[in-house]
Every structure is written in C-alpha cells, then in structure tokens.
Design a protein around this ligand. Structure first.
Ligand code: F6R
Length: 594
C-alpha cells in the first residue's frame, strides 16, 4: 500500500525523504514522488516505477528543508506519472494513503477545478484548497475535513507560503517522528529509524501541525491534545537485511529466535500461560478471521483448538466474513489475526463484532496498530518488523500463538497434560536444525522452477499447511500453484496432472497418512513428479522423487517444522526465476483498502 514520508528540520529534506521511502518499499508500490519547498516555490517530481528512477531524476543536494514524499500503490487510476502523488491543487499539495469512497460526489461539487489525474486524492487536494480559501485557516479546515470525506485517509499536506507540514488520518496509519534535527511524518516506523525511534501515533480523526522544532496534535474536535511519546523498542538492524540477499531469507532464518521469543512471552510455565490466556476457557464458540496467510494460519489453529480445546471453531476470510450473516452464541469469541494490524477487511470485522457485542481477541505483530488498539484483548506475537511482502516469520509466530491457545484450552479441558509445555522448550533448536539443510530444498527448487503448474496435496491440518505453502510459492515466484485436499483431487483437478507435473504432498497426520499416500499413488500413476514432506519414512520408494523428512514431534509444534521447508522451497524457486522476491509485483504489505 501507499507509503508516506515527510520531513521538516535543519537538514536537507530530499535525502531523508528518499531514504524513508526506500525503507517503506516493502509496502508495495508502482510509482513514487516528492514535493519539496525551495526559496521560490514548491517543487514536485514524480516517476512511474521504482524509487531509484525518482532518485535519479532529483538533485539530492537541493537546498530544501521541508517536503513530503509518497510511494503509490494504484487504486484509482492506472500506475503512471500523472496519477502519482504528490497532487497539487491551488495552494495545497498533498500525499494520500487510503481510499476516498465519495470522491465522485465531491468532484461534482468542485466544478471550478480542473483535474489532471484519475485519482480520488487530487479531489481531496481540491477540496482542502476550496475550504482553505473560504476559511483562510488550515487548522479550521482540518478539524472539519472528516465531515466531508467518507473512506480512509492518511494525508501529508503542504500549504503554499507556510513553514509547516500538516497531517491527518482516519483508518490509514500515520506516525509523527521526533528528532533533535527535525520532525517527520511516516506511514510506518522503519521510515524514520535511521534518524529517531521516538514517535507519536496519530489516532483516527486526529491531526497535527509539524514544524521544524515543534509538533502540535489536535483531537477530533480541533482541541490541542497531549499525547505520550512512544519509543520503538526493536533495533534498527531488525529492520535491515543484515547480509542476507533478501529480507525474505533473513526473516525465514530469524524464525527460531522470534518464535522462541513469542513462546517465552506466554509460557515460562503453566502458571504463566494461565495468567496470559485466562478467560479464553469461557467461550463455547470461536470464529477466526484474517486475510491471506493470516486466514491460512487460522485454519491450522482451527484443527488444533477443536481437537484439544474441544470448542467449535469457524474460520473465514475477512472480506467474506464481513458480508455474511452470522449466528452468535452467548459466549462467542472472534479472533482476528493480522501481522500489520491495519488490514482494512479484518479491521471492519472487528468493528462490526464489537458493535454486535461480541468479544474480540487480536493476534497482532505491530504494536499500537488499529486492530491491536481496538480489540478487547490483544496477544502480541514477537516477530519484529517484517519487511518482505510475503509473510514468513509473522505466520510462524501466529501459528505458535494459536498452538498456545490450543495448549491452554487443552490443559483446561483435560485433553492435554501440563507436561506438554516442555515440548516448546527446544522449539528454536528444532527450527534451526530444519533450516540447516537448505541444499535439499535448493535441489527441489531446481527440479520444479520451470514448471507452469505445481500442486500441493494434504489432508486436515496438512491441507491447511498446503494452502500457505502454495500461496508462498505463487506470490514470490509467479508460478501457478494450487493447494488441494488430497481426497478431493480426483473430483476434477486430477485432469491437470500431466507427465512431470510437480506434486508436493505434506503428510504429518498419522490418522490419515495412508489415505494421503493412496492419493499420492493416484498422481504418480499419472506421471506426477512427486515430492513428499513427511515426519515418517515412506517405504514405497516409487511414491516420490524426493522425500523431505522432518522430525516427529507433537502435533502442536510440528506444523512449524513443515512450513520452514515450504518457505525455503518458495524462496529458491523465486530466486531461480529471477523474481523480485521482497516486493512481488502487484502486492502490498499492509492492505489498508478493502
Ligand atoms: C502473504 C501475505 C498476505 C497477508 C495478508 C494479511 O504472504 O503476507 O496474505 O497475510 O495480506 O495481512 P495482515 O496479516 O497484515 O492482516
């Protein structure tokens, strides 16, 4: 999604804004632009494509100490120079992240303006310009802007002849960074980490005046509000590549550490687990909602929570759930899963659930994000900043969190012994071991990277893992991949299996092992190139070309060992295909629009 960076201070602004935008590249974008104030005027440069193209067109040494920059992920209008931000209308120059739903109606009432772009954002610039000329007071304009706009927005605003940056937000994230040298606005913390780790979190309908040595924040009524300054706890290194070729690889290899940190935060012993999870045992029905990988991890959680916690669990994609009729029990819980904590559809489900009086629990990575703030209860995972667009470490930490919920409920319901807690003790070592043998996964990638279709097969929890493994592969490598419930294949999709079509089967569930193996036989009979990931030997060697053996551990933790193998397969296939692994085409990290 779009990224915003602004700076006003004692240093030249262009290098700071560009490096801030580069730190936000992970959010996904297709064009970039900057507006900066010089002695004569506000200058604007925009380019389609990578930030590098914009950078090459700029004088990085420009005598300018205030400016706003933007990376655009196209929603209204195709990716091109004219649709890129900043947009300047009259005395107002803006960068915008979000979607203005009533922009057509607003545009109809702004007939005196001539619009150059197809964007909703340019309409907002015109609206602010019109109100500014009526009121002659930008603070007054910002305090009433919410009465005009329907939708989501984080805005960075420059006003001709004014020495301040103005910022306002609703349902799109925005922070204000504070440093001795000057002050920033940004969509996310990594953009300012090179200069400061101190920031204010702007909340919905709040707005701010940012000058070179002061920040004034206003509440939704236009009153000055006092806010506490936040400190980003992670190191800057946590948001850097640290010698790895890609963030995705770095984040895959960080998993032993961050998974262990997540585990330790919640279980030092049973007493500790009970303190952190207390209250979850009172629910008689649970819905788990998320998007993409967060939905997939919810499916793994469903298997574990139903089996051990003995509670009915329903899992759905947020964009479906929010438009579906639901029947809630008196003791119903909705678990919202989101790495970013800003995903528009997941946030909408949370708000709707709260309105209906249903208890909500959020599993979130980004501290202070909207979903984390608004849910009744939040369980933070400890993944740290995840920069690669394709999630790896956040998924695995979410998986652990759901496993801990199942563990807690299982102990509570008597299906699990407290001793199982010890199984989590060596999780980091187990994961490290599985990440050691990357050669076997590189070899598999070499076998399959030229194919046009790849299938993942599994049953029950293994099927849920297949869905994530398949998504990982297709999003970073652009190969067509599908996850199939092994028993369902012969009801249609098996017609796609040709000679040498790769089929990767995940088989870790003892109850269903033989059934899945029968399905592997069926695809082998049709010439498939079979790869099996299993926690047991497969005696019939004709059933696979490659077998990836993982250790046999308790089901509560076994899925994590499978997933690191699948992540590495996806990574190496993408690498062999020369893909832009950390920023796959068309994708955005934090999907703040529906
Ligand atoms: C896939 C991926 C996405 C996200 C989804 C939800 O690798 O990262 O499918 O899982 O966009 O995002 P969050 O977790 O931020 O709500």
């Amino acid at each position: 999604m779009c990224g915003i960076v602004g700076y006003v201070g004692k240093s030249k602004c262009v290098p700071k804004i560009i490096s801030g935008l580069e730190s936000l590249e992970y959010r996904g974008y297709d064009s970039a632009g900057i507006a900066y104030v010089t002695n004569e005027s506000i200058k604007i440069k925009k380019e389609q494509g990578r930030i590098k193209v914009l950078k090459d067109s700029l004088n990085m040494n420009e005598e300018s100490y205030m400016g706003i920059g933007h990376t655009r992920w196209a929603t209204h209008g195709k990716p091109c120079k004219v649709n890129s931000h900043p947009h300047q209308v009259g005395d107002i120059t803006i960068v915008h992240n979000g979607i203005i739903e009533n922009y057509e109606e607003l545009k109809n009432n702004l007939k005196e303006y001539k619009f150059k772009s197809e964007t909703d954002s340019e309409v907002v610039a015109a609206l602010i310009d019109k109100l500014y000329h009526e009121d002659k007071d930008i603070i007054k304009v910002l305090s009433k802007l919410k009465d005009y706009l329907i939708g989501s927005y984080a805005l960075g605003i420059l006003v001709n002849g004014d020495d301040n940056i103005y910022a306002i937000r609703k349902d799109s994230p925005l922070i204000i960074g504070i440093s001795e040298d000057g002050n920033f606005i940004a969509s996310d913390v990594p953009a300012i980490l090179e200069y400061t780790n101190m920031y204010y979190l702007l909340l919905n309908d709040e707005f701010a005046l940012i000058s070179k040595d002061d920040v004034v924040i206003y509440d939704k009524n236009g009153e000055i509000s006092t806010k506490s300054l936040m400190t980003f706890e992670g190191s800057k290194e946590a948001a850097m590549k640290n010698g790895y070729d890609h963030y995705m690889l770095k984040e895959i290899y960080e998993q032993p550490k961050v998974v262990m940190e997540t585990i330790k935060e919640y279980i030092l012993d049973y007493k500790h687990l009970k303190e952190r999870m207390k209250g979850l045992e009172k629910y008689d029905a649970i819905d788990i909602v998320g998007c993409g990988s967060a939905y997939h991890v919810g499916l793994v959680g469903k298997s574990l929570i139903m089996k051990y916690g003995k509670v009915p669990v329903y899992v759905d994609i947020a964009s479906e759930y929010r438009y579906t009729e639901h029947i809630y029990s008196k003791k119903h819980l909705i678990i919202l899963i989101s790495q970013s904590g800003e995903t528009a559809d997941t946030l909408a489900v949370l708000r709707e659930a709260k309105q209906q009086g249903i208890d909500t629990l959020a599993i979130v990575n980004v501290v202070g994000s909207s979903i984390a703030r608004e849910a009744h209860k939040v369980l933070y995972i400890k993944a740290g900043p995840e920069i690669a667009v394709a999630t790896t470490k956040a998924y695995l930490c979410q998986l652990m969190m759901l496993s801990l919920i199942a563990l807690y409920l299982g102990i509570n319901k008597g299906t699990l012994d407290k001793k199982i807690i010890n199984e989590y003790d060596n999780m980091d070592l187990l994961l490290e071991k599985e990440l050691e043998n990357k050669k076997e996964l590189e070899d598999i990638a070499k076998l399959i990277y030229k194919n046009k279709d790849i299938f993942y097969l599994g049953r029950k929890i293994d099927y849920s893992l297949c869905m994530e493994a398949s998504l990982k592969l297709k999003e970073v490598s652009y190969l067509h991949s599908e996850a199939y419930a092994a028993g369902e294949l012969k009801h249609g999709t098996i017609s796609l299996i040709e000679d040498k079509t790769p089929v990767i089967s995940i088989i870790t569930d003892d109850d269903i092992r033989l059934k899945t193996l029968s399905n592997v036989k069926e695809v082998c009979a049709r010439g498939a190139l079979s790869i099996i990931i299993s926690n047991e030997d497969v005696l019939d060697k004709s059933l696979y070309t490659k077998l990836i053996k993982i250790p046999k551990v308790h089901e509560l933790i076994g899925s994590a060992l499978v997933m690191v193998k699948c992540q590495l397969i996806a990574y190496y296939v993408a690498r062999l295909n020369g893909c832009d692994i950390d920023k796959p085409r068309n994708l955005a990290k934090s999907v703040t629009v529906e």
